[in-house]
Design a binder for this molecule. Structure first.
Ligand code: FAD
Length: 272
């Protein structure tokens, strides 16, 4: 498996321009595919479709849509899958998602495993799912969370892409837990370049990614020096990726946030 990149669907023309610049800059690295996020409850449905079509048609790059099921009906998901099938999409990242504020009905699908089984039954797609080396923030326990991940693979997932993390041991522990339970699908490393430490700190608090003290203290030492923070982020992530690839991680999935520079720097440092 080669390495991949992730984009979010832009909200406006300026965002589209930035995304196009990022794709143009990343293409020479040869990513295997670009995945495109999907707002839970269908909030970006049209924008995800348009972005997927743009990536395929304008850049001749395989696009892999994310699809979250929370708040959806069976008919709604079937319609989306039918559209993607007509477009020639071959893989999907299947997620539960989180209910958007103000939306209360979780709909037909309770968990991502339900969506995986539904897509398998529909047929025609490889299915990737999300895994959490540091445990999903709402999980009842670490054991339950790993068991639920195993159930997504048993429902038919072909690969796992991890939430980002800055503790490489968390990934190795999850990979070994899965192996012990007989799961042998690739566990792809989700990589979040630290381009803006404040933003990553806020986001990490929400999604349950731990920022180790040695990272936080070093970043804080450069509080008024974004360029040094950026360089430190590149160094830390390059080392983490190198270590995990050496440990046998099958591939890397870069959360680009629609920016090419940091992903390119890490990719080049690794000589991928
Ligand atoms: P699930 O696998 O269903 O797990 C969610 C929670 O429910 C976990 O705590 C799990 O332990 C628990 N659980 C699972 N099964 C059961 C069960 N049978 N009984 C009881 N509890 C259970 N979000 C978006 O909105 N759009 C995106 O495009 C998007 N892309 C993502 C890509 C990746 C690679 C990752 C890692 C995350 C992404 N997310 C995205 C975030 C994701 O939607 C949230 O983390 C969400 O809270 C969980 O989704 P899931 O698919 O992991 O859910």
């Amino acid at each position: 498996m080669a390495h991949s990149v992730e984009f979010f669907p832009p909200k406006n023309a300026a965002g589209e321009e930035r995304l196009r610049e990022a794709i143009t800059a990343l293409l020479p690295l040869g990513p295997e595919y670009a995945s495109v996020t999907f707002g839970a409850g269908g909030s970006t449905r049209e924008r995800t479709f348009v972005t997927v079509a743009m990536i395929r048609q304008d850049y001749d790059l395989e696009a892999v849509p994310h699809l979250s099921c929370i708040g959806s009906t069976e008919a709604g998901i079937r319609e989306i899958l039918g559209d993607y099938q007509k477009q020639g999409i071959r893989r999907i990242v299947a997620l539960r998602g989180d209910l958007p504020e103000g939306m209360e009905n979780p709909g037909h699908f309770q968990h991502a495993a339900d969506l995986v089984a539904f897509i398998r039954h529909f047929g025609g797609f490889d299915v990737y799912v999300a895994g959490y080396p540091e445990i999903h923030p709402r999980a009842t326990s670490a054991r339950d969370d790993v068991a639920h991940l195993v159930s997504k693979v048993q429902a038919g997932a072909d690969a796992i892409i991890t939430q980002y993390f800055f503790n490489p041991d968390a990934y190795l522990q999850l990979r070994d837990d899965l192996q012990r339970q007989g799961v042998d699908v690739p566990v792809v490393v989700g990589v979040m370049p630290i381009t803006n430490f404040e933003q990553i700190s806020r986001f990490s608090a929400m999604c349950g990614a731990d920022i180790p003290q040695y990272v936080r203290r070093r970043m804080e030492a450069y509080a008024n020096d974004p360029q040094s923070q950026y360089q430190l982020g590149i160094e830390l992530l390059s080392r983490q990726c190198q270590l995990l690839l050496r440990e046998g991680a099958p591939s890397l999935h870069f959360y680009t946030l629609n920016q090419a520079e940091a992903t390119t720097a890490i990719w080049r440092n690794l000589g991928l």
